[in-house]
Write a protein that binds this ligand. Structure first.
Ligand code: ARG
Length: 456
C-alpha cells in the first residue's frame, strides 16, 4: 500500500504506476532531499514537535540512506513514485513509527520545491565555474595570438579587418552575461519554501527561519500558495541556459565555417572531430554541429517549462512533476558543452597565413578611404558615394582596389592624395582603430588585460 493509501481500497494499476512515477528521473535529487529532511527534522525537534532522540535517529538514518544510495545499494520501486517517498519509506523501514514522524508539517509539494531550489543553487554554482573556465580558454587563445588579423564579416561578406583576438573576446563578453544571468537567477532560487505545506502552510508551530538558516537560504517565501506553485526560478534558469546555448551555437557556427575548405582559418584537434564511414578524407566538426543541435533541445526545454505552467490553476498540479525532465536536460546539456569547449578551444590550431591572405583583400579597407575623406572635410554620404564609385570602377576594370594609380582613383575620388594609396595595409587599418571597444592593437590589449585580471 502506498504511503498515502489510507483512503484507497485498491492498489494503483501497473500502467498508472508506470505513468505517474518520477523516481526514474528525480532520484538524482536524493542528496538535496536528504539535506532538506535533515534540516526539517532538526527544526521539528527544536520546535518541540517531535522528540529530540527521534530527530537524531532520523538524521543519522538519513545519512545511512545517503551512503547506500551513493554506493548504488538502494532499491527503487515505481510503486513508491518519487524520491521523497523512497527516502521516507526507507526511514520507516528502519526506524518504524518514529521514522514516520519525518513528514510532520510538510507536503511533497513544498518538499519538491525545496529540493529543486537546492539542486539549482548547486547547479548554478557549478555552471558559473564552468563558464569561467570557458572564458579563460578563449582569453588564453586570444592572448597567444594578439596580432593575428582576419576579415570581419557582416552578412557573411568581407566587411572590415579585425583581430582574431577581438573576435574571440566577443564570445568572452557573451559568456560573461550568461554567468551574470545565472548569478541573478540564483537570487530568486535561493528562497526557502518549506512551511508552505501542500498550499496553506501548517497548523504546527514550525520554525521556518531555522530551516532557512540551516540550509543557507537568503529568506523564506512570503506566500505559501506561491511557494508550491512557483516555477519561475526554473524557467529563468533554463532561459539563461537557452541564451548560453545560443552563444555556444554561434561560436560553433563560426568554427564550422573556419574549418571549411573555403575558409580554412583553423584546424580543430583530431580529438574533437570525427570521420566519415564512407569518405576517407573527411574530418568533420561534429562537436560544433551537435552544439547547434543540442541548443535546439535546450530551447525545447524552455518552451516545455513555459507551456507546462501557463494553464495551471493555483496551486500545485501534478503537471509540475514533468518540470524536472526539462530542467535536468537543460542543465546536463550546458554541463556537457562546458566540458568539451574549453579543451577544444585550447587545442585549436590557427592557420595564420590563410587568415592573413583573406585579410589582404583591399576591399576590406574601403571604409578607411571614406573615413579619410571625412577627415578631409567631405560629408560622409558624399565620401561613401565616391568610394562606392571607385569600387565599381575597379570591378569594371578588373582591378583590385590597391591596383590603381592615383589618377585612376581620382576619377571617382577627386580629393584622393598619395596617402590614399597607403590605406590598404591591414595592419595599419587595425592599428588606427584606437577607440575603446575597437579592434585596434591597443584596445584589444586593454580588453585582454581586463579579462586576465577579472578571471584570475
Ligand atoms: N513527484 C512529485 C513532483 O515531482 C512530488 C510532488 C507530488 N505531490 C503530490 N501531491 N502528488 O512534483
Amino acid at each position: 500500500m502506498a504511503l498515502w493509501g489510507g483512503r484507497f481500497s485498491s492498489d494503483t494499476r501497473d500502467e498508472v504506476a508506470r505513468y505517474s512515477e518520477s523516481i526514474s528521473f528525480d532520484k538524482r535529487l536524493y542528496r538535496h532531499d536528504i539535506d532538506g529532511s535533515r534540516a526539517h527534522v532538526k527544526m521539528l525537534a527544536a520546535a518541540g514537535i517531535i522528540p529530540q532522540e527521534t530527530a537524531e535517529a532520523i538524521r543519522a538514518e538519513l545519512l545511512n540512506i545517503r551512503s547506500r544510495i551513493d554506493a548504488g545499494d538502494f532499491k527503487y520501486d515505481i510503486s513508491l513514485e518519487d524520491i521523497h517517498m523512497h527516502i521516507e519509506s526507507a526511514l520507516i523501514g528502519v526506524l518504524g513509527t518514529e521514522g514516520a514522524r519525518v513528514h510532520s508539517g510538510r507536503s511533497r509539494n513544498d518538499q519538491v520545491a525545496l529540493d529543486l531550489r537546492l539542486y539549482l543553487r548547486d547547479e548554478i554554482d557549478l555552471l558559473i565555474e564552468g563558464i569561467h573556465r570557458f572564458q579563460n580558454a578563449l582569453v588564453g587563445m586570444a592572448a597567444a595570438h594578439p596580432r593575428v588579423i582576419m576579415p570581419g564579416f557582416t552578412h557573411l561578406q568581407h566587411a572590415q579587418v579585425v583581430l582574431f583576438a577581438h573576435h574571440l573576446l566577443a564570445y568572452v563578453e557573451m559568456l560573461d552575461r550568461d554567468a551574470e544571468r545565472l548569478a541573478d537567477c540564483r537570487k530568486r532560487v535561493n528562497i526557502m519554501p518549506l512551511g508552505s505545506g501542500a498550499l496553506a502552510g501548517s497548523t504546527l508551530p514550525l520554525d521556518r527561519e531555522l530551516v532557512c538558516a540551516e540550509l543557507g537560504f537568503d529568506r523564506v517565501t512570503r506566500n505559501s500558495m506561491d511557494g508550491v506553485a512557483d516555477r519561475d526560478f526554473a524557467i529563468e534558469f533554463t532561459s539563461a541556459l537557452a541564451v548560453f546555448a545560443m552563444h555556444t551555437s554561434r561560436l560553433s557556427e563560426d568554427l564550422i565555417l573556419w574549418c571549411s575548405q573555403e575558409f580554412d582559418f583553423v584546424e580543430l584537434d583530431d580529438a574533437f572531430c570525427t570521420g566519415s564511414s564512407l569518405m576517407p578524407q573527411k574530418k568533420n566538426p561534429d562537436v560544433c554541429e551537435l552544439t547547434r543541435g543540442k541548443t535546439a533541445r535546450v530551447y525545447g526545454d524552455l518552451t516545455a517549462l513555459l507551456t507546462l505552467c501557463k494553464g495551471l490553476p493555483l496551486t500545485y498540479n501534478r503537471d509540475l512533476q514533468e518540470d524536472k525532465l526539462a530542467i535536468f536536460d537543460a542543465a546536463d546539456t550546458a554541463e556537457q558543452i562546458l566540458a568539451v569547449y574549453p579543451p577544444m578551444i585550447e587545442t585549436m590550431k590557427l592557420k595564420e597565413e590563410n587568415m592573413r591572405r583573406a585579410a589582404n583583400d583591399p576591399a576590406l579597407m574601403a571604409t578607411d578611404l571614406a573615413e579619410k575623406l571625412v577627415e578631409l572635410g567631405v560629408p560622409f554620404r558624399t565620401a561613401h558615394h565616391r568610394v562606392g564609385s571607385f569600387v565599381k570602377w575597379c570591378k569594371e576594370n578588373g582591378r583590385l582596389l590597391n591596383e590603381t594609380t592615383l589618377e585612376e582613383m581620382q576619377i571617382s575620388i577627386p580629393e584622393a592624395t598619395e596617402e590614399f594609396l597607403t590605406l590598404f595595409d591591414p595592419d595599419n587599418s587595425v592599428a588606427k582603430r584606437r577607440l575603446t571597444g575597437g579592434t585596434g592593437f591597443d584596445p584589444v590589449a586593454d580588453q585582454l588585460a581586463f579579462w586576465q585580471e577579472k578571471l584570475k
